[in-house]
Design a protein around this ligand. Structure first.
Ligand code: MN
Length: 434
C-alpha cells in the first residue's frame, strides 16, 4: 500500500475523549494520534508543507487532529476473502465509472440443453431495444440449439456465440439443473469489460444502461444475504472463470443451481433495488394490499419496474388469453393476468418474422389442455379454465404431428394399464424455472 496519506482533519466542537472513542475514522483503519503535524504520517507527494503548518497554526483551539493509517487494518478492509481475482470494488487504474468504450459493454444471456426458451430470449432482446438501449446483445448457445433457432435469435438482435456447456458434477443425471454451470462461460466474454447478464425469461421495461457503471457483482437481493442470479453485472475475466471452475467439485450449491454456487464465490456484492429484477410472484404471506400493489406495478404504463422476471410457467408457453399458471395448483402463486398481458404487449410489437419462433408445439397444446381439464375438475374458483381460447397459435401447426388431441387420450390412465404401452411423459404443461 503506497498511497498518499494526508491525514489532517479539522473537527470543530469535539472533545478529546469523543475523538478517541467515537470518531468515524477510528476502527476503520485509522489510528487517532493527537499531535502536531508529523511528516511520518503525511505523504511527501505534492504537499505544500508551508501551507499545512500555517493552517494548523491558524486553528488555535486544538481542533486539528492527526490520524495515522493502520496499514494492516486498511489492507484487510480493501481485500475480499475469497480467491485472488480482485473481486473487490475496482480501485486505482480500474476505477472508472463507465466503461471507456461502450462497445465493450453488452447484455448477455444463455440458452442450453433445450429450445423452450428461444422465444423468451427473442422477446427479451426486443424488450431491450424497445426500452431504448443500443448496447451489444450476446447470447451463448450450445449445440442443442438448432441453426433454425440461431437464425431467429440473430434476427432478434442477438450475436450468437457457440459454447460447450458445463456440467454441474453434483447434479443428478438428466436433472433440470444438470448443465446450469454453463453460465460461468459468461466470464470468458473477455472482449467486453462489462456484461449485464439477464435470464431469458424476463423483460426489460425501462432502460437499465446505467447498470454498466456498477462493478461485479451487482444484483438484487433474493433472500437474506444472497443475490438473485437472474440479473447480474459481471466483469469478464479468464482468471475469474478459472476460479469458478476450480471449485466445481468441492462447493455445494444450496439450491443445486448456479445461483447457489455464485453466492458462495461472490460473498461481497452490490445490492440494487428490487425494481431491477422484480419477481412475478405472490408470496403466500402477501396481504391483499400487497398483491394489489404488485399487480399495479406489473401493469403500469409507462412502466415503473425496470425488469420483470417471469417465474413459473412462461407466458409464451401459455395461450395468450390468460396466465396458465392459474390452472396448476403448485403454480398459482405465479399467476398474474396483468403481467401476462404485459409480456404479450412486447411480443406484439416484434416483427412478424421473429414472432413465429413463439409458436406452440403440439405437445405443449396438449399439456395446456390437460392442465385446463384438471382445473375444471377441481372447479377452481378463479374460473380461468372456463375461458375460450382465441390465441391463433392454437390452430397453427408447424410440426409433422398436429393431432395434439390424441396425445391426451392416454394421459391420466392408471399406471398398471401403461405397462405395455407407456404414455408420453408427465402431462404438466411445461418446464418452469426461476
Ligand atoms: Mn429466470
Amino acid at each position: 500500500m503506497s498511497a498518499a496519506f494526508l491525514t489532517l482533519l479539522y473537527t470543530p466542537s469535539v472533545y478529546d475523549h469523543q475523538m478517541q472513542s467515537s470518531s468515524r475514522f477510528v476502527n476503520v483503519g485509522w489510528i487517532w494520534d493527537k499531535t502536531s503535524p508529523d511528516p511520518r504520517y503525511v505523504s511527501s507527494i505534492g504537499v505544500q508543507w508551508e501551507d499545512v503548518y500555517r493552517t494548523i497554526e491558524n486553528l488555535n483551539g486544538g481542533n486539528a487532529w492527526l490520524y495515522k493509517p493502520d496499514v494492516k487494518a486498511l489492507r484487510e478492509k480493501l481485500k475480499l476473502p475469497v480467491g485472488s481475482c480482485e473481486l473487490a470494488v475496482p480501485l486505482k487504474a480500474k476505477a472508472r465509472l463507465y466503461s471507456v468504450d461502450r462497445r465493450r459493454e453488452a447484455f448477455a444471456t444463455i440458452l442450453h440443453s433445450a429450445s423452450e426458451y428461444v422465444c423468451g430470449a427473442i422477446t427479451a432482446a426486443q424488450s431491450i431495444r424497445q426500452a431504448g438501449s443500443t448496447r451489444d446483445l450476446v447470447i451463448l448457445v450450445d449445440d442443442t440449439i438448432s441453426d433454425h433457432h440461431r437464425k431467429g435469435l440473430e434476427a432478434a438482435g442477438w450475436k450468437v456465440r457457440i459454447i460447450q456447456r458445463i456440467r454441474n458434477p453434483k447434479a443428478e443425471r438428466d436433472a433440470y439443473n444438470e448443465w446450469n454451470y454453463s453460465k460461468f462461460r459468461l466470464w470468458q466474454l473477455t472482449d467486453y469489460d462489462k456484461i449485464i447478464f439477464i435470464d431469458a425469461d424476463l423483460l426489460i421495461l425501462r432502460n437499465v444502461d446505467f447498470l454498466f457503471a456498477m462493478p461485479e457483482i451487482t444484483a438484487t437481493g433474493n433472500n437474506a444475504t444472497l443475490f438473485n442470479s437472474g440479473v447480474m453485472v459481471i466483469e469478464p475475466s479468464n482468471c475469474t472463470f478459472q476460479l469458478l471452475m476450480e471449485h466445481i467439485n468441492e462447493i455445494t450449491s444450496y439450491n443445486g443451481g448456479d445461483q447457489g454456487y455464485l453466492n458462495e464465490i461472490f460473498t461481497w456484492w452490490h445490492r440494487i433495488p428490487k425494481h431491477m429484477n422484480f419477481l412475478k410472484h405472490f408470496w403466500e404471506g402477501d396481504e391483499e394490499e400487497v398483491k394489489v400493489k404488485k399487480t399495479r406495478l406489473f401493469g403500469a404504463d409507462p412502466p415503473i419496474l425496470y425488469v420483470l422476471h417471469y417465474l413459473g410457467l412462461k407466458p409464451w408457453l401459455c395461450f395468450r388469453d390468460y396466465d396458465c399458471n392459474w390452472n396448476v395448483p403448485i403454480m398459482r402463486e405465479f399467476a398474474s393476468d396483468v403481467a401476462h398481458a404485459r409480456w404479450w404487449k412486447v411480443h406484439d410489437k416484434m416483427p412478424k418474422k421473429v414472432q413465429r419462433y413463439c409458436l406452440l408445439r403440439s405437445r405443449q397444446k396438449a399439456g395446456l389442455e390437460w392442465d385446463r381439464r384438471q382445473a375444471e375438475k377441481a372447479n377452481f374458483t378463479d374460473g380461468h379454465w372456463r375461458r375460450n381460447i382465441t390465441d391463433p397459435r392454437l390452430k397453427t401447426c408447424f410440426e409433422k404431428f398436429c393431432f395434439w388431441e390424441s396425445m391426451l387420450w392416454h394421459w391420466g390412465e392408471p399406471k398398471n394399464s401403461t405397462k405395455k404401452n407407456p404414455v408420453p411423459g408427465t402431462p404438466t404443461a411445461s418446464l418452469s424455472s426461476s
